[in-house]
Design a protein around this ligand. Structure first.
Ligand SMILES: [Zn+2]
Length: 444
């Protein structure tokens, strides 16, 4: 079996990946806060960690992939106030749009996609453990994590004490015992969303969500935690502090992976420049498969610069690859060993794509298609790709099949709301389904 090497942000070195349980590898990736459309910077981790999931599935029998939905947050409350819409309506709408956009980019639905608001009892439980162990304290209805109580704080981000305080300065509060302390729980006013807790009616801080949700689905000790580089501090540093301290310094994620930043035509994305690229808009101009290809043309740890030329090149390359697949018998291929080696070398996608060019040159359509499956492209019928180019927005059959399987599972357990939600999601992707005695049929 090929050896997978990954660059662990914790310690910053490339190491051989050894799962805790080779029968079931666990990954947690921080998901979106659902109050507006996802931009290309939000799409990058979703695509990168989907590729990691596909590589792991090539090496191991099972992968449990957890990605959360943050549906309680001050930014969501602001959006509700500005638009006059109820919070639930906003979070449902943008969760569905996010999932449909990511499906159009060929991202497989997570094994579990917990919502923060469904995990409140677990968060309260975790906070109570931290208070009981002397790592957190209550002050004026807030519960704060006491940073000096955790010796390992700063290890992931490499930030020293002064930099930690500078980073936490955004919320100075007189009741903080230490300027670096951060919020686990905060009080809610009657009009704000809130839940009853031992500290009164309130709502969780953002960081505690991920500690509670990863533990709920993967246990306190699991294999891989991923996210964008911008989450390293304070979010991931705080997750480590919470989870390690709640369980007496054992376990939590073994390997931390971070994808690099995204710029647009050499510039940082910002509302003031007006260059924020929304995936939903991009899908109107280019097939999702080409957007995915462009995102994977850079190594995930490197910064990624989005350019018009990059997407044009992606369309051209995919068209050529599909021509090679269409011109050969595309069944029974296997990924090229050089391709697998590149993918197992810390997901070296630029090198893997170079190997695909070599396969295309040699006219090895079947192997090209089999290799493409690990990157999440080249899985359509070549004629479908051509048809899709005119209307944009490619559909990955594997994504559709998985959604249909989930819908059937929901129907079997009589969870009609969930089965309707998945049907709506498919409709949003342009997929029509039909239930027959032989199973569910679908078409674009
Ligand atoms: Zn998180």
């Amino acid at each position: 079996m090929p050896v997978l090497k990954l660059t662990n942000s914790l310690g910053r070195h490339k190491q051989v990946f050894e799962p805790l349980n080779p029968q079931n590898v666990g990954i947690y990736v921080c998901g979106p806060t659902v109050y507006n459309y996802a931009h290309i910077g939000n799409a990058r981790p979703a695509v990168v960690f989907d590729v990691l999931r596909r590589v792991l599935l090539h090496l191991y029998p099972k992968v449990t992939f957890v990605a959360n939905i943050t549906d309680v947050d001050d930014k969501i409350m602001d959006a509700a106030r500005e638009t006059g819409q109820p919070i639930d309506a906003i979070t449902k709408k943008f969760t569905d749009i996010y999932n449909a956009d990511m499906a159009a980019l060929g991202v497989m639905p997570p094994t579990h996609q917990p919502r923060a608001t469904d995990t409140i009892p677990e968060m309260i439980d975790l906070i109570e453990k931290l208070v009981a162990r002397g790592h957190a304290y209550e002050a004026e209805g807030n519960v704060l994590f006491h940073v000096p109580s955790f010796e390992g704080y700063g290890k992931l981000s490499g930030r020293n004490r002064d930099e930690q305080i500078a980073g936490a300065r955004v919320d100075v509060a007189p009741y903080k015992k230490d300027p670096a302390d951060f919020v686990l729980w905060k009080p809610s006013t009657p009009e704000q969303p809130g839940w009853d807790s031992p500290w009164g009616r309130g709502r969780p801080g953002w960081h505690i969500e991920c500690s509670a949700m990863s533990e709920k689905y993967l246990g306190p000790d699991f294999d891989i935690h991923g996210g964008g580089l911008d989450l390293t501090f304070p979010h991931h540093e705080n997750e480590i502090a919470q989870s390690m301290c709640a369980h007496g310094n054992t376990g939590f994620a073994r390997v931390w992976l971070h994808n690099g930043f995204v710029t647009v035509e050499g510039e940082k994305m910002s509302k003031s420049i007006g260059n924020v690229l929304l995936v939903n808009d991009m899908l109107k101009d280019a097939p999702g498969e080409a957007i995915r290809f462009a995102l994977l043309s850079s190594h995930y740890r490197q910064p990624f610069d989005w350019t018009k030329r990059g997407i044009d090149d992606a369309v051209k390359t995919l068209t050529r690859f599909y021509e090679v697949i269409g011109a050969s018998d595309s069944a029974g291929g296997v990924p090229d060993p050089g391709f697998i080696e590149a993918m197992c070398d810390d997901l070296n996608t630029p090198k893997a794509i170079a190997e695909m060019h070599a396969m295309a040159k040699a006219g090895r359509g079947a192997d090209l298609k089999a290799s493409g499956a690990l990157l999440g492209f080249l899985q359509q019928d070549p004629s479908q790709w051509q048809a899709g180019l005119s209307k944009a927005g490619g559909i990955d059959a594997a994504v559709v099949e998985q959604l249909i399987a989930e819908r059937n599972a929901a129907r079997a357990s009589k969870n009609w709301a969930e089965s309707d939600r998945i049907r709506d999601l498919l409709t949003g992707m342009g997929v029509t389904i039909k239930d027959t005695p032989q199973g569910t049929e679908w078409r674009v």
